[in-house]
Design a protein around this ligand. Structure first.
Ligand SMILES: Nc1nc2c(c(=O)[nH]1)N[C@H]1C(S)=C(S)[C@@H](COP(=O)(O)O)O[C@H]1N2
Ligand SMILES: [Mo]
Length: 498
């Protein structure tokens, strides 16, 4: 067998092992296959600034990218194992052991990892050996021609079996069934909430500018979940413990019984570049967090709420922001409907004035009242700041593309949730700042749309904007990267006027 053929058989053996592991994971109803668990581990171990660069380049393809890189790594290792199988058996076996060990560690490191998952890894490792033995076995008893045909037939059978098992496992994967079941429950919920329409005057109604009220389907999504947690609200619980006078466990019905408040709140990601669109505004229906904290009683010295999601993501929120009376809520609804699964169904946190990574835990299941000195949350461990108050920012949405000389509408949004925006100014080619007109807002917790009529001359021009908050402080011109606590600097666009 040539070196190239033995590498190819190794890649095929690895493919068969992946198909087997996916098939077993589906048959055993595992929450996650080993490949998914490995992908999650890659996401978790990627250092923050690197993760940030990757997200900024590949945008929402970050999740497929994590899975693809895991699959490619497994196939490469498979190729090596195939090359070693005949001459360096010990190395080849060691390669399989390493693969099984890494996959098992990834499975066990996940919140719902189990012994069954490890068994799937072991069996799949065995498949690599079985396939290599089948395909690379020496057949001195056969004529070269017959040996070749036998090899091709066996290879064909392995490919076929791999395709069938892989295809079936994708169809049968338990997450599809569980997702359908959770979607059915979600659709049947009748929550005591009203669908608010945007208050009058908030939307300038300009063509090509996004609406003030972001539709759920257009709302940005940021999280570390390769496949979102699928939670039945009837079994959902929030366990509250730590530095509290009395522990408390809340059910979905408990929250409904407390009554849902609706609040307009804009949420924003710390990874939003200047001018970026990782920001959205909607009305959230939920239960005030402040009252729940009062009920459990906070012990002296506590300054943080460490929240954990069903998928093991963690978030540290300053208690002060949850107790100072702002509309921090445990949200059940988004724009009048139960939270979409991707946005945290059944329950998530929403806190005006803080970036999502320190406040907006989706699929939340556990609260520990504690001290910042005693823990590090997911993104803090990865290089982001411990606390993430939102910076004053403006974004320019219009004009899009080149325009004709004359009066041109320049427009955008500006925000600093829970401080509010007092004014926005625009300047052309570094000239004087000109006051833009602001639309209305229902509170200081949302973004505000702004516009300015520009008498545009022919030529290439740079448009910049800056917002000033309601404390009278203009946004900084200092350019900062999104790491460690959010981007800053004036948004700018280049326009050719013809
Ligand atoms: N469970 C969980 N919650 C999470 C995250 C996550 O990765 N996992 N990401 C946070 C971040 S960084 C942001 S910006 C917001 C985004 O919420 P959205 O996807 O509903 O827009 O969710 C927050 N809540
Ligand atoms: Mo974020």
């Amino acid at each position: 067998m040539t070196g190239r053929t033995s590498i190819a058989t190794g890649i095929l053996a690895a493919t068969a092992a992946i198909a087997t592991s996916e098939g077993l994971a589906a048959a055993l109803n595992l929450r996650e296959s080993p490949v998914l668990a490995l992908g999650q581990t890659v996401i978790k171990l990627t250092p923050g600034p690197i993760a940030e660069k990757i997200i900024s380049v590949v945008q929402h393809a970050d999740k497929p990218l994590a899975v693809t890189s895991v699959v490619i790594a497994i196939l490469l290792l498979g190729g090596l194992i195939g090359a070693w199988w005949q001459g360096k058996r010990l190395l080849a076996v060691l390669g399989i052991v390493v693969l099984v060990a890494l996959a098992s560690a990834a499975v066990l490191g996940r919140p719902h990892g189990s012994a069954a998952g490890v068994m799937v890894c072991v069996i799949s490792g065995g498949i690599v050996a079985v396939v290599l033995e089948l395909l690379q076995r020496d057949r001195p008893d056969l004529s070269p021609d017959l040996a070749r045909r036998t090899f091709l037939r066996t290879t064909g059978l392995v490919v076929l079996a791999t395709a069938i098992v892989g295809g079936a496992s994708e169809v049968l994967a338990s997450r599809h069934r569980r997702r359908a079941a959770v979607e059915r429950v979600r659709a049947s919920l009748r929550l005591p909430t009203t669908r608010l329409s945007a208050p009058s005057g908030v939307d300038l109604g300009l063509k090509d500018q996004g609406p003030w009220l972001t539709p759920n389907g257009d709302f940005y999504r940021i999280d570390t979940a390769l496949s979102p947690p699928l939670i039945d609200p009837t079994t959902w619980k929030l366990r509250i413990h730590g530095m509290v006078d009395k522990e408390l466990t809340l059910t979905y019905q408990d929250l409904i019984d407390r009554g849902l408040e609706n609040h307009w709140i804009t949420i924003c990601c710390v990874s939003n570049e200047v001018g970026g669109n990782l920001i959205g505004n909607t009305n959230w229906g939920g239960v005030p967090i402040k009252g729940i904290l009062e009920e459990v009683g906070i012990k002296d010295g506590a300054d943080a709420l460490l929240s954990t999601s069903d998928d093991g993501w963690t978030c540290g929120t300053p208690l002060a922001a949850l107790q100072d009376g702002r509309d921090a809520i445990l949200a059940l609804t988004m724009n009048g409907e139960p939270l979409p699964i991707a946005h945290g169904f059944p329950v998530r946190q929403v806190v005006p004035g803080l970036y999502g990574y320190v406040s907006a835990t989706k699929w939340v299941t556990e609260w520990e009242v504690t001290r910042f000195a005693d823990f590090q949350a997911y993104w803090t461990r990865n290089g982001w700041s411990e606390r993430g108050p939102i910076k004053t920012e403006a974004r320019i949405d219009l004009p899009r593309g080149d325009v004709q000389a004359g009066t041109v509408t320049v427009a955008g949004v500006a925000w600093q949730q829970h401080t509010g925006i007092e004014g926005v100014e625009v300047r052309i080619d570094g000239g004087d700042w000109q006051k833009a007109t602001l639309a209305k807002v229902p509170s200081i917790d949302t973004w505000v749309q702004w516009s300015w009529q520009w008498p545009a001359d022919k030529g290439d021009h740079t448009i910049e904007a800056r917002a000033t908050n309601r404390k009278g402080v203009p946004q900084t011109s200092a350019v900062a990267d999104v790491v460690p606590n959010g981007a800053s600097g004036y948004p700018a666009i280049q326009v050719a006027v013809t």
